[in-house]
Structure formats: structure tokens, C-alpha cells
Design a binder for this molecule. Structure first.
Ligand SMILES: NC(=O)c1ccc[n+]([C@@H]2O[C@H](COP(=O)([O-])OP(=O)(O)OC[C@H]3O[C@@H](n4cnc5c(N)ncnc54)[C@H](OP(=O)(O)O)[C@@H]3O)[C@@H](O)[C@H]2O)c1
Length: 259
């Protein structure tokens, strides 16, 4: 069965994806378009990459709006949601995808500003976008079908040497997701987290030396890294009404690494 034939449809939904200009975020936006989303909002910092992503996604039939925004910036997060609401009247699904590990440094050598920036990128960004969307939802009641999907990591569940700030931010997203689930449940809205292990994208390009790949692949029962679309399909399931009774959950997409 082709992925676009699955029952996990997003027709009539407006989907906002942060960090959507490349990698997993772009794959999620493509998947949302293939699932029939009515409108898709793509957010990232660099306009050229966003515009390039827009062209491919719009060709799949969804209306697309690009928003240049730094997701660690409070005002930018509020303005992003306001733009989405101006264009489409609402946001039904927020995908918090922005994140990353800007450096690999043992804890005694981490500078405090580097720690703070990594926490801002991986945790505060999710707080800010979720708050902006939830404020809008509070002002426009009618929750069923609304949901938030956050992209965590296998580092949401395991320590990694020299990645303490990234790991701490990604672990915190599990608790944030559980709390959002409980705050949203009375309105019928949901919140879940998808936790990939290693995925073929620009973020991991620097790591793609043979030695690292061979070592990492030896630990993955399926013997390969994920493709971004394999993560995007899980986001699509959680975002769709097929997951209408799934909330507060973290779903590993790791080729059996945890097993
Ligand atoms: N790749 C992996 O192996 C892997 C594994 C586990 C988890 N993850 C998680 O998956 C998510 C996506 O990773 P990826 O590999 O797809 O990353 P990526 O290829 O580096 O793409 C990151 C995206 O986010 C945007 N972005 C970065 N910082 C931003 C900011 N401050 N504000 C707004 N947009 C920003 C980038 O565009 P601009 O630079 O133009 O802003 C880009 O669109 C992250 O949360 C990451 O931790 C990835």
C-alpha cells in the first residue's frame, strides 16, 4: 500500500510545522500534504530554504504559507501563530520539530551560554510555540481533532556522553508532552511525542563518516538509519483522527534500538 493510501488522513486540517525547510520537518510537511491537509504553515529562519520547500509541497495540493521565525524568540512564536490564523482561520495541528545538538562537549567544558542556547532550541522553542497555539485554542473553543506532536529523540530516554544539554532538553519534552496531554484532554485535544533514533538528514551529515555509521548501525537491529519519511509517517498517524484516543505518549521510531 502506498503511504498516501493509508487511512491516516488530514483533510480539513491546518498543520503548522516548525523547522520545516529541510530534514524531518520538511518530510513531515510533505507527508501532511500527501495526507490531504487543507493548509500547511512552514516555519524556519531562512527564507530561501522555506520558499524552496514551499514549491514542492504546494504541488501536492495543499495551500502553503511560509513564516520566517526563530522559534526561540517569544514574539516570533506568537507572530507565527497569528500569521497562520490570519491565513487559514485556525491551527489544528502543531508539529514542534525544531531542535538539534549544536555541539558535542563533555559537561565540565560546556559554557553556560551554550547550555542555555541548547535548552532554548530544544525545550523553550516547544513551550513558546505550544503556548501560542494553546492560547489561540482557548480563545476559540472546540478541541476535537486538535493536537500537538513534538519531535523528541531516542535521547529523550537515554544519556549520551558530551550531549548533556541536548539530552536534558529532549528528556524534558517527555514531561512537557504528558503535562500538555492532561491540560488539553478536557477539550478533546491531544499531545504526543515522536522519538527518532538516527535519521538521514543534514543534522547528521557531519556524523556520516563510515566509522560512526558502522558503529551506530551495529547497534540498530534493523541495520540502518531511518529515512525522514519514516518518522513523518508516524507523526501523520498521531496527528490524524486515527489516533483520537492516544495522548501523552512518546513513540520511539528507532529500528528496534530500544528493544
Ligand atoms: N536527524 C536525526 O538523526 C535526528 C534524530 C533524533 C531526533 N532528531 C530531531 O528531529 C528534529 C529535526 O531534526 P533534523 O535532523 O531534521 O534537523 P535539520 O536537518 O537540521 O533541520 C532543522 C530545521 O529547523 C530549522 N531551525 C533550526 N533552528 C531553528 C530556529 N531556532 N527557529 C526556527 N527554525 C529553526 C532549520 O531551518 P533554519 O536553519 O533555516 O532555521 C531546519 O528547517 C530535531 O528536533 C532533532 O533533534 C533528529
Amino acid at each position: 500500500m502506498n503511504a498516501s493510501d493509508t487511512p491516516f488522513r488530514l483533510e480539513g486540517k491546518v498543520v503548522l510545522v516548525t523547522g520545516a525547510s529541510r530534514g524531518i520537518g520538511k518530510a513531515i510537511a510533505v507527508e501532511a500534504a500527501e495526507a490531504g491537509a487543507e493548509g500547511i504553515v512552514l516555519a524556519a529562519r531562512r527564507p530561501e530554504a522555506l520558499e524552496a520547500a514551499r514549491d514542492g509541497i504546494a504541488a501536492l495540493g495543499s495551500a502553503v504559507e511560509c513564516v520566517v521565525a526563530d522559534m526561540t524568540d517569544e514574539e516570533a512564536a506568537e507572530a507565527m501563530v497569528a500569521r497562520a490564523v490570519d491565513r487559514f482561520g485556525r491551527v489544528d495541528v502543531l508539529v514542534n520539530n525544531v531542535g538539534g545538538a549544536p555541539f558535542k562537549v563533555p559537561l565540565p567544558d560546556i559554557r553556560a551560554d551554550g547550555w542555555r542556547k541548547t535548552i532554548e532550541l530544544n525545550l523553550t522553542s516547544v513551550f513558546l510555540a505550544s503556548r501560542a497555539v494553546m492560547r489561540n485554542w482557548r480563545s476559540a473553543p472546540g478541541g476535537t481533532g486538535r493536537n500537538i506532536v513534538t519531535v523528541g529523540s531516542s535521547a529523550s530516554f537515554h544519556g549520551r556522553p558530551a550531549l548533556s544539554a541536548y539530552v536534558s532538553g529532549k528528556h524534558a519534552l517527555v514531561g512537557l508532552t504528558k503535562t500538555l496531554a492532561r491540560e488539553l484532554a478536557p477539550s478533546g485535544a491531544r499531545a504526543n511525542l515522536v522519538a527518532p533514533h538516527l535519521v538521514e538528514t543534514d543534522l547528521t551529515a557531519a556524523q556520516q563518516q563510515r566509522e560512526f555509521r558502522d558503529r551506530s548501525i551495529a547497534q540498530i537491529p534493523m541495520g540502518r538509519w531511518a529515512e525522514a519519511k519514516e518518522v513523518a509517517r508516524v507523526v501523520r498517524f498521531l496527528a490524524s483522527d486515527a489516533a483520537s484516543y492516544v495522548t501523552g505518549m512518546s513513540l520511539l521510531v528507532d529500528g528496534g534500538h530500544e528493544s
